[in-house]
Design a binder for this molecule. Structure first.
Ligand code: ACM
Ligand code: ZN
Length: 516
């Protein structure tokens, strides 16, 4: 039997003799019509026209031939689980919840000959799918990719294409990094200067020589309608969009729009170089909290995600140390220092988000000065923050630079690669991603929700480059988060990828070739 290559690798796969032949007479039956239509759309290139989706009943379930049947599971399956039975007579998919069906459909797409992924009618051809039984469910419930649109932004159509590629690999969280020193990217109707002023910068560092600017004004943002469209597009594909609105740092674009929100009160300009800015929201000014509540109020209307990311990373305390308002706040609240002031700031935002029924996620700096009571920590400066937070009983998401930073060079020899952040993360290193470090106590391991790859875009001006940096490293991360393999032989991974990467060619997705 021919070798079957799937990413992510299913938990259980048993090959059987024979094959199902998909042709223009194949019918799709589904209890949920929207899911049936979606499968029919995915199969459209195979047949040259949509296979109409039909409602499902018990007779069909018992007898249908030349059919793909999406049926509810007999017994309750785990939320994201599915089974997929391919036999010569028919294909039967079972799941308890919508995401299970979606994952089965993605598995089915990868089982089809890859010509089917490409556009273009292929009528009157019978496509062969090998008989098998797959029983599958993810090891981790948080399987994310992050994209920074502050440093560079990308068209809505590309964001959708990126979400499609994520869905192909069964990712379920798109972490959308929307605000930065170098640009504010989300329309906020109550505070229009955020995009009028804050979305524009004077110039952008040249990738090959980042000390120098290119002299070209740069800017743009997503309207609330565009953001809602992206949220709905992702939801249809089983992906939650988690927005990130940064505080107290990485906020220079907002301060440029509304200078009264900073400790100095004036003199700000949207940052046109990379690096960390000293100017952050003033923690002593009550207007800052009113402003942030307005922003989150509108963001929560757009993003139904249970988790809301508030940043929290890389906030220098220099301004707070010399600001009379910030120092008065420290005194009034009985805080020990500026770290505790940051903690106080984040707790205040958290209690507001919690009242609205949402959960706060922050980068691991939110541990400094004391963690907010219900916060989820995203561990990025290695795994230590995640270990400390999990052992303290907090949920964590693992995204350490060591394994997950997809903006790093993909080869040790940087001269062979396009300019990138000056650090290296090879595919082989990403493949060693330790999601649950052994320093987390056994009874705390369940606090690790999962992990994600992060794509910061200082050196990523184009959509082609986003894909080049993401793939194939993100495919390895998807594999690890889905089936958490113990044995991580790199040669095996490379052999599987060699067989699989032509799928990305067929889908028109760019990637770094393995053998460069
Ligand atoms: C980060 O990479 N600054 C979270
Ligand atoms: Zn201040």
């Amino acid at each position: 039997m021919a070798e079957i290559t799937l990413f992510p690798q299913p938990q259980q796969l048993e090959q059987k003799p024979g094959a199902f032949k998909l042709n223009r007479h194949t019918r799709v039956f589904a209890a949920d019509g929207a899911l049936g239509d979606m499968l029919a759309d995915y199969l459209r290139p195979a047949t040259g026209f949509g296979l109409p989706a039909h409602p499902l009943d018990d007779d069909i379930l018992a007898d249908a031939t030349n059919a793909i049947v999406l049926a509810p599971a007999d017994d309750d399956m785990a939320a994201e689980a599915y089974t997929l039975d391919v036999a010569p007579e028919r294909i039967l998919i079972r799941a308890s919840q919508r995401n299970g069906f979606l994952y089965a459909m993605q598995t089915l797409r990868q089982l089809l000959p890859r010509q089917i992924l490409a556009d273009g009618p292929q009528a009157d051809v019978a496509w062969s799918i090998p008989s098998l039984r797959i029983s599958d469910a993810p090891a981790f419930g948080w399987r994310g990719l992050h994209l920074d649109v502050g440093r560079h932004l990308f068209p809505v159509d590309f964001i959708k294409k990126f979400i499609d590629t994520m869905a192909f690999y069964k990712f379920n969280i798109f972490h959308w990094h929307l605000t930065e020193d170098q640009g504010w990217r989300l329309e906020i109707k109550m505070h229009p200067r955020l995009t009028e002023i804050g979305s524009q910068r004077a110039e952008t560092p040249i990738p090959a020589n980042p000390k120098q600017g290119d002299g070209q004004p740069y800017g743009g943002f997503y309207t609330q309608d565009e953001a809602r469209d992206i949220v709905a597009y992702a939801a249809a594909r089983g992906i939650t969009v988690m927005p990130e609105i940064e505080l107290p740092g990485h906020s220079l674009a907002a301060l440029t729009a509304y200078p009264e929100l900073g400790c100095l009160g004036s003199g700000y300009e949207v940052r046109a170089s990379w690096g960390i800015d000293a100017n952050i929201y003033c923690a002593g000014n009550d207007k800052v909290f009113t402003f942030l509540q307005d922003v989150f109020e509108e963001a929560l209307e757009i993003f139904p995600s249970a988790y809301i990311h508030i940043g929290g990373d890389e906030a220098p305390k220099d301004r707070w140390r010399t600001c009379p308002k910030c120092q008065a706040r420290i005194k009034a609240e009985g805080l020990a220092d500026e770290d505790e002031l940051q903690s106080w700031f984040i707790r205040r935002i958290e209690s507001w988000l919690n009242e609205k029924g949402r959960r706060l996620v922050g980068w691991d700096e939110i541990l400094e000065g004391g963690l907010a009571p219900n916060a989820t920590v995203m561990s990025w400066r290695g795994s230590d923050g995640g270990i400390a937070a999990a052992n303290a009983g907090h949920d964590v998401i693992m995204t350490p630079t060591t394994y997950c930073y997809l903006d790093y060079y993909q080869h040790e020899d940087w001269t062979r690669e396009p300019p990138a952040i000056p650090s290296t993360l090879t595919l082989e290193q990403a493949w060693q991603f330790v999601v649950v470090p052994e320093q987390i106590a056994k009874e705390r391991k369940h606090h690790v929700l999962g992990g994600q790859g992060n794509i910061w875009t200082e050196y990523i001006p184009s959509t082609d480059q986003v894909e080049y940096m993401a793939f194939p490293r993100a495919i390895a991360i998807a594999d690890i988060l889905w089936n958490h393999p113990v044995d991580r032989n790199y040669d095996d991974l490379a052999a599987r990828l060699r067989a699989h990467l032509p799928c990305l060619d067929a889908l028109g997705v760019n990637y770094r070739p393995l053998d460069n």
